[in-house]
Design a protein around this ligand. Structure first.
Ligand code: SAH
Length: 263
């Protein structure tokens, strides 16, 4: 019998945002295949004796192909080693989990999926907003601006009322203007509030509140970032108190369409 593969969600970065089950799997790991966005802090929970292999392939840099990653999981499982496939956030959200599960099933390798905190949830906590605040939103749509055109994902006959929908856009950059245009072409109003959350839940997280129209001229957004679009991201009401409380409002940045910055 081959060993079991634990497919573990690493969450947004901090180790204390892992599940207890994820920590147990990491502590027992002999081989860990991890993606680029998995933080050093989370990697640090693996035993010193474990073999850590970066199988990431970020931003067009050459990395392992999906087939190679599948083959590595199967190879190590067949050697009866305790394998952890460690993915940022939640493994089931934009993580190519489907292809990996198909490969494991086909090879007869058993697996267990350990969920993690996905970027949209992390961003909501960083920006102190409610993704489905019932006063402003009745749907949450999770989509990516990368590798697929937004238009393909948001067909004309969307069942959602865009005014009462929150869109969580993963991989929204680097061309934020294009992402904004595509959303507007799909009927989302240019004045719709947005929050861009960089490195959510990490020490250097940054939150910017702006509008869809202002998104194109926002600069200096550091990856990884997730874009929350919808009325739930409207910080106008709380703006005054934030200004007073934290003194972080940058009038210059706002003139350039960057909105409120929380660093
Ligand atoms: N499985 C992951 C998503 C992987 S796709 C999850 O559930 O979160 C990678 C994208 O996730 C990034 O381009 C970015 O849009 C988002 N992301 C991952 N970690 C993030 C973080 N700490 N802060 C903001 N966005 C993040």
């Amino acid at each position: 019998m081959p060993g079991k593969v634990f497919i573990v969600g690493a969450g947004p970065g901090p180790a204390d945002l892992l599940t207890v089950r994820a920590v147990e799997a990491l502590r027992a790991a002999q081989v860990v295949l991890y993606d680029d966005l998995v933080s050093a802090e989370v990697q640090g929970l693996c035993p010193a004796s474990a073999e850590l292999i970066n199988v990431g392939k970020r931003c067009g840099k050459r990395g392992n192909s999906q087939e190679q990653i599948n083959a590595l999981m199967i190879l190590h499982a067949r050697q009866k080693r305790a394998v952890v496939r460690l993915k940022s956030g939640d493994p089931a959200v934009f993580g190519r989990l489907g292809e990996e599960l198909d490969a494991l099933r086909e090879a007869g390798v058993s697996f267990e999926i350990v969920p993690g905190i996905t970027a949209a949830a992390a961003a909501a906590s960083a920006a102190e907003l409610t993704l489905t605040d019932r006063r402003y939103a009745s749907a949450l749509v999770v989509l990516t601006a990368h590798n697929a055109r937004l238009g393909d994902q948001m067909r004309q006959r969307t069942p959602f009322n865009p005014e009462r929908t929150t869109f969580a856009v993963y991989m929204p950059g680097p061309d934020y203007g294009k992402t904004a245009r595509e959303l507007m072409e799909r009927g989302i109003d240019a004045t719709t509030p947005c929050a861009v959350v960089s490195k959510a839940c990490r020490r250097d997280q940054k939150v910017r509140f702006l509008t869809l129209a202002g998104l194109g001229s926002a600069h200096g957004i550091i990856a990884p970032a997730v874009l929350i679009v919808g009325r739930v991201a409207n910080k106008e009401e709380s703006l005054e108190c934030l200004l007073a409380e934290r003194g972080i409002f940058n009038a210059e940045a706002r003139r350039h369409g960057e909105g409120l910055v929380i660093g």
